[in-house]
Ligand binder design. Structure first.
Ligand SMILES: [Zn+2]
Ligand SMILES: [Zn+2]
Length: 244
């Protein structure tokens, strides 16, 4: 249990680090984060389809839980939060009310709980699955912290509040891992099915649209395949070292 809490804590720290990139206002780092978004999308989709789904769908109604995870993220990120998308927040006009910032924290917070659930459930199945899901989470954690801090600043909050929002996401990630560690071993497949749905939504419906924005560098779209190749190498290496 300490193993995956430690991994979840590293992921949580990346939320805070991502937020700090925004509050320190170093403009140069922003474009590079898009490569994490693109590579992360490829890696996460591969992890969800090739590893998470096969490990979870042997229980009854597993795909119902995948669907719940998928639309749960849509509900919280895109209806509860009035304005949310990954990447830098540039639509000040859409975020006139400061409440929009905190609602985005709530919306993204539901997804970050499942970042922690995925890491813990992965380790409860096997060390190699846990390590793969840790990387899948890590690849989009910096952009995630960056996104929430950027939304907070755009909706009129202070740098302190922006950093607090990133820290809040980190705490929720840890809470997700801790909560999962308390569930019975035979329910882990359901936690994995839910977080597979979340992972598919985040990768395909949050990250890929950011990659496909017209103002992005042409090479960015190729980076998605880089994420896929990275998954192939990591999946092979982990099953060699840790076993399946
Ligand atoms: Zn916006
Ligand atoms: Zn996340």
């Amino acid at each position: 249990m300490l193993t995956y809490l430690a991994f979840a804590a590293v992921a949580a720290a990346a939320d805070v680090a991502g937020a700090a990139i925004v509050t320190r206002a170093h403009k140069h780092g922003h474009a590079r984060l898009r490569y994490f978004v693109a590579g992360g999308a490829g890696f996460m989709l591969a992890a969800a389809f090739v590893r998470m789904l096969p490990e979870s769908t042997h229980v009854p109604h597993a795909f119902l839980f995948v669907l719940l995870g998928y639309f749960g993220v849509h509900l919280f990120e895109h209806t509860v939060a009035p304005h949310f998308h990954f990447g830098e927040e540039v639509h000040q006009e859409a975020l006139l009310r400061p409440s929009a910032g905190w609602l985005a924290v709530l919306g993204l917070g539901v997804h970050t709980v499942f970042d922690g659930v995925a890491i813990a459930a992965g380790f409860m199945v096997s060390p190699s699955l846990g390590a793969i899901l840790f990387i899948a989470v890590m690849l989009h954690k910096l952009p995630e912290g960056f996104t929430i801090a950027s939304i907070m600043l755009a909706s009129g909050h202070s740098r302190g509040a922006a950093l607090a929002a990133g820290t809040g996401l980190g705490v929720l990630t840890l809470a997700g891992a801790l909560g999962t560690s308390l569930i019975a071993q035979h329910h882990v497949a359901y936690a994995l099915a839910l977080s597979a749905g979340v992972t598919i939504y985040v990768a395909a419906s949050d990250l890929i649209p950011e990659v496909n924005r017209e103002d992005n560098a042409p090479g960015l779209a190729y980076t998605v395949f880089g994420g896929l190749l990275f998954f192939v190498v990591v999946d092979w290496a982990f099953s060699e070292i840790l076993g399946h």
